[in-house]
Design a protein around this ligand. Structure first.
Ligand code: 4AD
Ligand code: MG
Length: 451
């Protein structure tokens, strides 16, 4: 039934504009339907787009009209007909005047109806929820973001060298490690970040990046945390914190520009995203030192009337930012905000200490506006062997597992820096989504390993 006569003129909806006036065939699923005894409006989706297909009783046999009238949501179908351009037609400005309907697979009692479903129900049916227009828009934008990320680094002379997933040691703190058996020999851990390996590849190739899944056994149930997420991590030899901040800024502007150019309609019409602030993502971004940011948060806290929020907003020098701090801080800015120079004590072992003030790390976070918070974290890496050895001990890490990393400081060490951008948080911000769970096809969170 699939490779029959009908296949000859098979067209994807995304290319429909090239076929006006022609007789073509569409293969896909019934998205929605309305109609009467004389005419049926079949809204079809084929994965590349959505299209209204119109079936008049007079144009087809009685059985075929009956079949069309009885089709249910998400039945798979093959439709043939003539393509008509019609600016008023929903979805794609074209309509198919149907001459033939074939049912491929029935769909009985499709669980996702037009009515509102709760988040848990939709996440349980994620494998079906992906068929909706909203999820199509989000996942297409995600794909564009990923392509833009790759294009940026490929076009700026970075070499893609992916880091391993199985690692012998922690990168971002031992409390969020996923552990597994490495045969009978030892424990292995799922990578929390490819950074340490990028430091080796940057010393080999100068400018490299890795782009892959990363894992954090975080037991937090926030709208920003996943246990499996995708991160791009550039690393550059002979670059300092200032260079790192400029690179991150330029890179982020590029990604936003590409998404706006390609997806303005998806963002505004399907996701109802207000684009004012996204259109404002131009260099330079405002910058605050950690010290300035803490003072600002303390000022904001004074204005807060809600006691619960007031408590969460408490901060003193030496504490890391939590989501509430980032949310309130970024609401005060209409561009991404750069915060640099966090206290060394709250940062990872590899962060370079400021030689002028070793209590402070030469690190940077970039916080997305509109309350989204941190999407980029990075900075200069410690290149002083003695300092590193002390930090490795202080963080309870096993020096033997990191000898290779220390070698990078023994053989031609240079100042170097890089950062990591989390894809899902970026998708959430650009699409204006409240929660990261919709930014990846199958989210992995504390309470979700299914489907
Ligand atoms: O700030 P993080 O932990 O930095 C690193 O891992 C560095 N080693 C990166 C580097 O310098 N090469 O993570 C970087 C980014 C965050 O800003 C955030 O966007 C994302 O990764 N991220 C998460 N995204 C979703 N769920 C989580 N649990 C995340 N943890 C970090
Ligand atoms: Mg961070």
């Amino acid at each position: 039934m699939i490779t029959n006569e009908l296949s000859k003129n098979w067209v994807r909806i995304s290319a429909i504009a090239d076929h006006v006036g022609q007789e073509i065939t569409l293969k896909g699923w019934l998205y929605n339907k309305r109609g009467s005894g004389k005419i049926q409006f079949l809204q079809m989706r084929d994965g590349s787009g959505f299209m209204q297909c119109v079936l008049s009783k007079q144009d087809v046999s009685e059985e075929m009209f009956e079949l069309a009238s009885s089709l249910t949501q998400e039945s798979s179908i093959i439709l043939s007909g003539i393509v008509k351009k019609d600016d008023r037609a929903p979805f794609c400005g074209h309509e198919l005047q149907v001459t033939s309907v074939t049912l491929v697979g029935k769909s009985v009692d499709y669980p996702i109806a037009k009515k509102e479903h709760g988040d848990a129900f939709l996440m349980d049916h994620r494998h079906l929820w992906l068929r909706s227009r909203r999820q199509h828009a989000i996942l297409r934008i995600r794909a564009t973001i990923i392509r833009a990320i790759r294009d940026y680094f490929d076009n700026h002379d970075f070499l893609l060298v992916d880091s391993p997933i199985f690692t012998p040691n922690a990168c971002e703190g031992t409390s969020t490690l996923f552990e597994t058996e490495w045969f009978d020999e030892r424990k292995a851990y799922l990578s929390q970040s490819g950074q340490l390996y990028q430091e080796a590849t940057a010393m080999a190739f100068g400018k490299t990046y890795c782009f892959g899944p990363t894992f954090r056994a975080e037991k937090s149930k926030t709208r920003r945390h996943l246990n499996e997420f995708w991160m791009v991590e550039p690393e550059v030899a002979f670059m300092d914190l200032e260079g790192d901040m400029q690179l991150a800024e330029d890179f982020l502007c590029y990604v936003v520009e590409v998404v706006l150019n390609k997806h303005e309609k998806d963002l505004t019409e399907i996701l109802e995203r207000d684009l004012t602030i996204l259109k404002n993502v131009k260099k330079p971004f405002p910058r605050l030192s950690y010290d300035e940011a803490v003072l600002m948060i303390q000022e904001i806290q004074k204005e807060v009337t809600d006691e619960e929020t007031k408590k969460l907003m408490h901060i003193e020098w030496g504490m890391d930012f939590g989501s509430p701090h980032e949310t309130e801080l970024t609401k005060r800015f209409d561009k991404p905000l750069i915060v640099y120079g966090f206290p060394s004590q709250v940062k990872a072992f590899y962060m370079k200490k400021d030689p002028q003030n070793p209590k402070v790390a030469k690190c940077v976070d970039i916080l997305a506006p509109e309350g989204y918070g941190e999407i980029i974290g990075g900075g200069e890496r410690e290149d002083n062997l003695e300092f590193l050895l002390k930090e490795i001990e202080k963080h309870g890490l096993n020096q033997n597992d990191l000898e290779w990393f220390l070698d990078l400081r023994r053989y031609g060490s240079v100042p170097h820096a890089g950062f990591g951008l989390g894809v899902e948080r970026t998708v959430a911000w650009l699409c204006g989504l409240h929660h990261v769970r919709e930014t990846i096809a199958f989210a992995r969170t504390l309470d979700r390993l299914y489907p």
